[in-house]
Design a protein around this ligand. Structure first.
Ligand code: NAD
Ligand code: UGA
Length: 468
């Protein structure tokens, strides 16, 4: 019979573990949820008296306020958490490997393995171990081998795959009403019972027909497949945006017309300066590596092209800025509005803004940056990482971080919209215009602003996916 889950542990208090398990605590008041992390500063922030949480996500603070100290706890005591839990989510980071075999492509599974070994070493009773991190197909097999080889007598471990599909910026609403919850298990009686236990947790708020149960390997692969197909839509629309710019077609009109076909659907067809975020590129490269390891070079090349198109889109956009500004931006001041990889998040991982700013710096332009959520420290560290050969003082001389969009645009020759924050739509563009050098240029990398209205003010507007 399926075990009734009373105590849940989540290893990893990041963008996924934090919101996901906070929502479980909210929706399941009868379950005690503990979220642990090795990073003391992160745990302190989750526990902070003024709810200065380590990640910005609309609605998250409200959820944490309702549950923290009731049935939701944050701690660095991983061992204690493991001993007490019936069910353990492994929600640690799985970045792209930087060195060794598969460097630049394969997922670094070191954190997953360390967490798994710690579970095996510490557990004194049976557990359901749930892979929440995004991992290559068949990782659960390795986890099982490690757990079984190191477990104490009378401890059994059932392993499930339960990938997370939330998007940052909408994490809480995605978790409240997910399109689907996917649970993969071995198709043995024990595997199916473990699956039923986890499904029982989600059934507290997710309708039964949205809880999909499949085999372990299908579940693992579905996560990579979902991200690859989502990113592929963006690369497809971005590839079309280049044709639009060269022909006079308008990408918004094309995307609208294509998306009206119910088989294609209207969502996720917004042309942009390139997708960012911690996962799309990483997960596709992971799929590329998997395909290559399986001796499927044509499959690998197919998916690799999605990432290459994204790189091309970013390069193409910076080149268009330089071309439009009379082929040189040396010594010119460019305001970059937005630094996060998308709106409503403070996350900057793989943000297109970082690449653009690096390109502008290498043309020896001055750059003013404003983002409503990203901290100054984060911006400096991202810029340093993007230009490892440039001394920090040089970067600081070229870049200024500003407290408002208006301040960033003052005395600039051009404004580049890199993130689709709603507030950039609502700026007083007339006032911005007054304080800029003339001719004043706007480059809309997000199809955000009303180009006709800005042109009427006097701006020279360049929009992604529209001819100049
Ligand atoms: P993150 O880096 O924000 O969080 C991971 C946390 O795990 C870190 O705080 C780290 O300190 C902690 N950690 C690592 N090893 C540990 C250990 N042995 N014990 C305790 N803590 C440990 O990462 P994230 O964005 O939350 O992503 C986690 C996983 O979820 C990744 O595999 C990612 O691909 C996947 N995912 C992410 C998103 C997203 O929107 N960010 C969405 C779906 C899936
Ligand atoms: C994405 C997926 O949407 C989630 O389902 C998945 O769980 C997650 O990756 C993950 O595995 O990490 P996320 O990266 O948080 O979520 O955000 P998205 O909304 O998917 O946006 C990704 C990037 O694509 C952003 O830079 C966004 O601006 C860009 N984008 C998105 C476009 O350029 N055009 C679009 O039409 C949509």
């Amino acid at each position: 019979a399926p075990l009734k889950v009373n105590k849940i542990l989540c290893i990893g208090a990041g963008y996924v573990g934090g919101p996901t398990c906070a929502v479980i605590a909210l929706k399941c008041p009868h379950i005690t949820v503990t979220i642990v992390d090795l990073n003391q500063a992160r745990i302190d922030a989750w526990n902070s008296a003024d709810f200065a949480l380590p990640i910005y996500e609309p609605g998250l603070e409200d959820v944490v306020r309702q549950c923290r100290g009731r049935n939701l706890f944050f701690s660095t005591d991983v061992d204690k958490g493991i001993r007490e839990a019936d069910l353990i989510f492994v929600s640690v980071n799985t970045p792209t490997k930087k060195s060794g075999v598969g460097a630049g492509f394969a997922a670094d599974l070191n954190y997953v393995e360390l967490a798994t070994r710690q579970i095996a070493a510490v557990a004194t009773s049976s557990k359901i171990v749930v892979e929440k991190s995004t991992v290559p197909c068949r990782t659960a097999e390795s986890m099982r081998t490690i757990l079984e080889a190191n477990s104490k007598p009378n401890c059994r471990f059932d392993i499930l795959s339960n990938p997370e599909f939330l998007a940052e910026g909408t994490a809480i609403s995605d978790l409240f009403s997910p399109d689907r919850v996917l649970i993969g298990s071995l198709q043995t009686p024990e595997g199916k019972a473990a699956c039923a236990s986890l499904a029982g947790v989600y059934a507290n708020w997710v309708p039964e027909n949205r809880i999909l149960t499949v085999g372990l390997w299908s579940s693992e692969l579905s996560k990579l497949a979902a991200n690859a197909m989502l990113a592929q839509r963006i690369s497809s629309v971005n590839a079309l945006s280049a044709i639009c710019e060269a022909t006079g077609a308008n990408i918004d009109e094309v995307a609208h017309a294509v998306g009206y076909d119910s088989r294609v659907g209207p969502k996720f067809l917004k042309a942009s300066v390139g997708f960012g975020g911690s996962c799309f590129q990483k997960d596709i490269l992971n799929l590329v590596y998997l395909s290559e390891s399986l001796h499927l070079p044509e499959v690998a090349a197919y998916w690799r092209q999605v990432v290459e198109m994204n790189e091309y889109q970013k390069r193409r956009f910076s080149k268009r800025v330089v071309d439009t500004l009379f082929n040189t931006i040396t010594g010119k001041r460019i305001a970059v509005l937005g630094f996060a990889f998308k709106a409503d998040t403070g996350d900057t991982r793989e943000s297109a803004a970082i690449t653009l700013i690096r390109d502008f710096q290498s043309e020896r332009a001055f750059v003013n940056i404003y983002d409503p959520q990203v901290s100054e420290t984060q911006i400096w560290s991202d810029l340093a990482e993007a230009s490892p050969t440039v001394p920090a003082e040089t970067i600081k001389k070229q870049v200024k971080i500003c407290g408002s969009a208006l301040e960033a645009c003052r005395d600039a020759e051009a404004v580049v919209i890199a993130t689709e924050w709603k507030e950039f739509k609502e700026i007083d563009w007339k006032e911005v215009y007054q304080h800029m050098k003339k001719p004043a240029f706007v480059f809309d990398g997000r199809l955000l602003v009303d180009a006709a209205a800005l042109t009427a003010i006097g701006f020279k507007v360049t929009t992604i996916g529209r001819p100049s």
